[in-house]
Design a protein around this ligand. Structure first.
Ligand code: SAM
Length: 357
């Protein structure tokens, strides 16, 4: 089983709990860097934290496991559904009755997924299952159970997509290396993932919350997080690191495409990408300055890497405009995913830039 390698951390966090967090293949995920990020967090004093770009939710889960009050935010809806399930939700799990109705209730589901994604992603049986289970999820009474079921479904979809992204479609036989994840039906994956995510639900005694919005719209004056962790996207060297482009199917699925317009002329039936100023050279520097200013009352922790723009010196100088003490911690890191060009390019240094009073 894929497991997070976490050496036994000290008494501030339950290492076994951290290890149980399901690995989601998510671009830029800090999953493998969790022990290092943990070291930094445990050296800082704070009770509440905002994970401003939560993605796969793994850093929020670390913070929750450290018994902090956690606010998770991402502008992608599916990502905020994950944090609703595993961060905000302190209690609800899917029991046998829930699973029974999710799998077997025949509530005259719509056939949108079958019609739209025929010969694009997955086989007919899987598409029929996705329509049915989507309908049944929305019939669950608790919003937390709904979020948990969706989260299990997202991971099922990622596992059955050969490269874990939705940029490739059609006949994907050439990627079929016989691995179990590609053989299993979507329904069998879903059953396994419900168990995996049920195991992540725990109560840390705090009123945690999940938000689905632009980082610049977060109400810092209302929530006053002691610490803000920022892991924004990087300015890409090519067009292939857009989150909507890679995960549009999960974003659509998380709301059954309600309110999203499919770009019919695209082969993979994409939805429109969301603008973020962090992805463009023209707007990135201004965006960092604005973000650090917005959260200037909190301790700032920024994740960044040596192959990104702007460079470390520039970022540290921008943070210095808003905080007195700037400290940089460095770790060599090799990305295994999200950078499939040359080996040397995937060797980067990871930085944590910390800003304090
Ligand atoms: C590098 S990923 C975060 C990965 C995350 N720390 C993890 O370990 O899984 C960047 C995230 O920022 C989100 N994002 C990009 N621009 C945003 C914005 N302006 N406001 C909020 N979220 C944004 C993306 O949807 C993506 O999930």
């Amino acid at each position: 089983m894929e497991q997070l390698f976490i050496p036994d951390l000290n008494e501030q966090v339950d290492s076994n709990r951290m290890r149980s967090y399901p690995l989601l293949r998510y671009m830029g995920s800090k999953y493998k860097l969790i022990p290092w990020i943990y070291e930094t967090f445990s050296s800082l004093e704070f009770e509440s934290a905002l994970d401003a770009f939560s993605g796969s939710g793994v850093v929020s889960f670390l913070l929750k496991s450290m018994n902090k009050k956690v606010y998770s935010n991402d502008f992608l809806h599916f990502s905020s559904v994950i944090s609703k399930a595993v961060i905000e939700n302190n209690v609800d799990q899917l029991d046998e009755n829930d699973l029974e109705s999710l799998l077997n209730m025949d509530g005259h589901a719509d056939d949108f997924i079958q019609r739209t994604f025929d010969k694009v992603f997955y086989d007919k049986d899987d598409l029929v299952f996705l329509d049915k289970v989507s309908h049944n999820i929305r019939c669950l009474s608790s919003p937390y159970k709904q979020a948990l079921a969706y989260t299990a479904l997202f991971r099922s979809c990622l596992k059955k997509q050969p490269r874990g992204v939705f940029t490739i479609s059609g006949n994907l036989d050439k990627y079929n290396d016989g691995r179990r994840d590609l053989q299993l039906s979507m329904e069998s994956h879903f059953i396994e993932q419900v168990a995996a995510y049920n195991a992540t639900v725990f109560d840390n005694g705090k009123k945690n919350a999940s938000f689905n919005g632009n980082v610049f719209d977060f109400s810092e004056k209302l929530y006053k997080p002691d610490l803000v962790y920022m892991d924004p996207p990087y300015v890409p060297s090519s067009d292939d690191n857009c989150y909507t482009k890679r995960y549009h199917f999960l974003e659509g699925l998380s709301k059954y495409w309600v309110g999203e317009e499919i770009m019919e002329n695209t082969k993979v039936k994409k939805i429109k990408k969301k603008f973020t100023p962090f992805s463009y050279r023209k707007t990135a520097i201004e965006a960092f300055d604005q973000m650090f200013g917005k959260f200037a009352q909190s301790t700032l922790v920024l994740s960044y890497s040596s192959n990104a723009y702007p460079d470390l010196e520039t970022l540290a100088a921008i943070m210095k405009n808003h905080k007195t003490n700037i400290e940089v911690r460095t770790k060599p890191h090799k990305y295994h995913f999200g950078n499939h060009s040359t080996v040397s390019r995937s060797k980067v240094s990871e930085f944590l830039i910390i800003g304090r009073e």
